[in-house]
Design a protein around this ligand. Structure first.
Ligand SMILES: *Cc1c(COP(=O)(O)O)cnc(C)c1O
Length: 441
């Protein structure tokens, strides 16, 4: 176990220790620890804060979200329709307040990013522009273990264009006996199938295994083969340090309610690389909010798209979800992604270290040990009755999730989780751990 017990390559080296004092010491020297107070943490019946490790599924509520939403409710009450231009934060341009902070989170230029819709909707809008199949080149190449919505979207687009997913949906699978994909296999597959592939579509962090892919290498190979390339950043945005502009995929989409804490069903993000300019050469599904701001309310018959990602907007955006997202993005700006990532690597390595001390055969880590190949989430395969284990953990105040039949996903989030959270969880696991009759695969 080369990295367990250490803080990641190129980082300050810390030899982890198992005791609770050590967790407290790590919290004491954590410069980001005060940010935890900016979030509302679910409490148990007795009022004691629970240990929340499900930020990969739904991020916690920023304390300020309520005030920001109430501000818009008050302006609506006070101004009615005039709030579009006269609200303290005019609704006409409200989405612009989040474009720059969102672009900083994903390593893009502000004009390359827009906050709109939800993830699968944005994926379809991007596929409408960037999936342009022809007889000879009709395939979408993706991971076999992609999130189901992405697969449904891809298969339905293939059918929509008159092709057959049976032959036009290519899926990359891990080698027999392995849980995660090897970068070289991904690149080889893109090279071998290149001439048939219209689009490479990759979830940058796999939702189930927590594996992070080498995005720069994938984009480079896909573009060398003449394929369009897009990312689903649902589990990467707000989790990893991304460099979308430099990696230069054609597009990326993500949701705002996982690591970005925008609230249930919150707004997603969309990136279109600046080399597409106004997107004049691309077909697109258009709506009035993507139209030139100067003439939008003159309502001319011809669509005149805004430059950049904003030109893909369809409708005027919902203000309340934008308000809660704003509250969260302010905290990302306060923390900065590089600092969050430094803490995250340490927090996750610490969890890995403590899991490594559980009785042999109780569980098996399927997320890669290499910090460069994962974000904050660790996925562990449980050898005992996993459902019963998660129920016992829930009774004891832990919120984490189980992907049936046996994968426990644990995400210590650097914005609001502490080293003590991780220590508490590991102690609870140790209490319930007993070796299964057969070792875990
Ligand atoms: C969470 C998630 C989604 C969810 O999509 P919505 O359209 O926001 O409901 C889609 N794809 C991936 C990879 C996800 O992790």
């Amino acid at each position: 176990m080369p990295s367990a017990g250490w803080d990641g390559p190129g980082r300050k080296r810390v030899r982890f220790e198992p005791g609770e004092d050590f967790a407290r010491a790590l919290d004491a020297e954590d410069g980001l620890a005060p940010l935890r107070d900016e979030f509302l943490i679910p409490a148990s019946g007795s009022g004691r804060a629970r240990v929340y490790l499900a930020g990969h599924s739904l991020g916690l509520q920023p304390r300020r979200a309520k005030a920001y939403i109430e501000q818009e409710l008050a302006d609506w009450e006070r101004l009615g329709v005039e709030g579009h231009f006269k609200a303290r934060n005019p609704w006409f341009s409200y989405h612009e307040l989040v474009a720059e902070p969102m672009a900083r989170v994903v390593g893009a230029k502000a004009g390359e990013v827009v906050v709109m819709n939800t993830l699968t909707v944005n994926l379809h809008l991007m596929l409408a522009s960037f999936y342009r199949p022809t007889q000879g080149r009709s395939a979408i190449l993706m991971e076999s273990g992609a999130f189901p919505s992405d697969r449904y979207a891809a298969a339905s687009q293939i059918r929509y264009h008159g092709f057959d997913p049976e032959t036009s949906l290519l899926e990359l699978s891990p080698r027999a006996g392995e849980h995660t994909l090897r970068t070289q296999d991904m690149l080889d597959s893109i090279r071998e199938n290149g001439p048939r592939v219209a689009l490479v579509l990759l979830g940058q962090v796999n939702f189930l295994t927590g594996q992070a892919f080498d995005s720069a290498a994938v984009v480079e190979e896909a573009r060398r083969q003449g394929c369009a390339v897009g990312f689903d950043l649902a589990h990467a945005a707000g989790n990893l340090e991304l460099q979308l502009h430099d990696w230069a995929p054609d597009f990326a989409v993500w949701c705002g309610y996982k690591y970005l804490n925008s609230g249930p069903g919150g707004l997603g993000g969309c990136f279109v690389h600046e080399r597409h300019g106004r997107g004049d050469s691309l077909p697109r599904l258009a709506g009035w909010w993507g139209h030139n701001k100067a003439t939008r309310f003159a309502m001319p018959a011809e669509f005149d798209p805004l430059a950049g990602a904003e030109g893909w907007q369809l409708s005027n955006p919902p203000i309340f979800p934008l308000a809660s997202l704003r509250a969260s993005l302010e905290l990302f700006d306060r923390a900065t992604m590089p600092a969050l990532r430094r803490k995250s690597e340490r927090l996750t390595a610490y969890l890995e270290f403590l899991i490594g001390r559980l009785p042999a055969g109780f569980c098996r880590l399927i997320t890669p040990s290499d910090p460069a190949q994962r974000g904050c989430q660790l996925s562990v395969r449980i050898g005992v009755d996993a459902k019963a284990l998660v129920e016992r953990l829930a009774e004891a105040g832990f919120i984490c999730d189980l992907r049936p039949p046996d994968i426990l996903r644990l995400a210590p989030v650097p914005l609001y989780n502490s080293f003590m959270d991780v220590h508490r969880l590991a102690s609870a696991l140790a209490q319930h751990a007993h070796a299964p009759s057969a070792p875990v695969r």
